[in-house]
Design a protein around this ligand. Sequence first.
Ligand SMILES: Nc1nc2c(c(=O)[nH]1)N[C@H]1C(S)=C(S)[C@@H](COP(=O)(O)O)O[C@H]1N2
Ligand SMILES: [Mo]
Length: 433
Amino acid sequence: MKNDSTDDKTGMATTLARRDFLNKTGMIVGTAALGSAFAPFVRATESSVSSSVGGEQLEVPVWTKTLGGPTAVPYGKPSRFETDAVRNLYPGLKEPMSAYSTSPLQELDGIITPNGLFYERNHAGVPEIDPANHQLVIHGLTKAALVFTVDEIRQFPAISRIHFIECSGNPSFLPPWGKTAAEVAGLVSCAEWTGVSLKTLLEEAGLKPEAKWVIAEGADGAAMTRSIPIEKCLDDVMVVYSQNGERLRPEQGYPIRLLVPGYEGNTHIKWLRRLHVTDAPAYSREETAKYTDLMADGRSRKFSFVMECKSLITSPSGTHKLTRKGLHEMRGIAWSGNGKITRVDVSVDGGRNWYEAKLQEPVLNKSLTAFRAPFEWLGTEMVIMSRAIDETGYVQPSLEQLKEVRGELSFYHNNATQPWRINSHGEVTNGRS
Ligand SMILES: Nc1nc2c(c(=O)[nH]1)N[C@H]1C(S)=C(S)[C@@H](COP(=O)(O)O)O[C@H]1N2
Ligand SMILES: [Mo]
């Protein structure tokens, strides 16, 4: 793509559009004021009387002529105009107890999901747990059986790391395909987690040589239970109590949850109450009847823990609309449960040709990574898509390639590439049909 000339034009167009917008809202007061370090003050003074630019009378907006709202609202909220940045029940779900809500990916920027917009998956609703009455038990093949209060967990040396969590049903292999990025793959979110390394707690209890698995159990009505190999537990698993700097939200497992970097969401046991160290997996409901992958030959993949490399263009994406021809930018997220993202390619012709997107720093292990790539829209139909590559060299497959390996019966672990169609009016829809 030739960007040099188009870049220039767009820059100009943007400046003009902005000036136009400022004109309409009556915010413009001449270049001198805008250039000054004290521009806000100058602007406030000048615009408190209406002025005219180019013979046109400018209106002073009401918020410039009145006092604003109070300071120190106990807990701040987003602007009330951000009505689209909300979680929604997963398409087709009717009741909110054993349910999923999607993170509005098409409304978000960067790699950190705001806590109030983190996707949710609850099998028995969100319990309201008083941390003063919650404990964590570690027992089984350990030298000592230990019981910790939440406060005691916080007294261990802490670590903070940025990791994504993704439900393995994000999305399923079956239509209907979602309309928005949230409907397509909104069961992924990313946060900075703070807590204690599980290794630290297991060492405190003292592992017996036969210890091979840790069975984690939640305190919710579902008593969600998953078995995790001891090697993973001693590697990077955490017991976390904070999410993006504040205590976990009730929906995310308050007061403590297991964080199993790169593993399917179901293993990240929320409202964690018990860690049972054993020599064999539990074969609990959630790792037998659910969260296994039925293959074409009738056998199942079990313990398919790792969330493979994936990416998604979040802007422009389904229901967005391009309103001007010329240079645009694809923006999206890429992630891999196997490590860091090394490259993201994008296509403007439905996957026939690819070119490299730019990765936004930081590029972190088992975290979302943001990418951007320029493209030109000339008012004709096109299909945009992205594919990610991780540090193991794995390339995100198309749905067809994935079905060749998995067959038609799989439900979980769909990490296929996602096409978006832009029609001649600039309207963006799901390119899978
Ligand atoms: N105790 C408990 N832990 C749980 C669940 C649950 O219902 N109960 N749901 C699991 C599933 S299927 C997923 S995908 C993740 C979702 O985490 P989130 O709600 O914080 O996004 O939590 C997992 N941990
Ligand atoms: Mo899940």
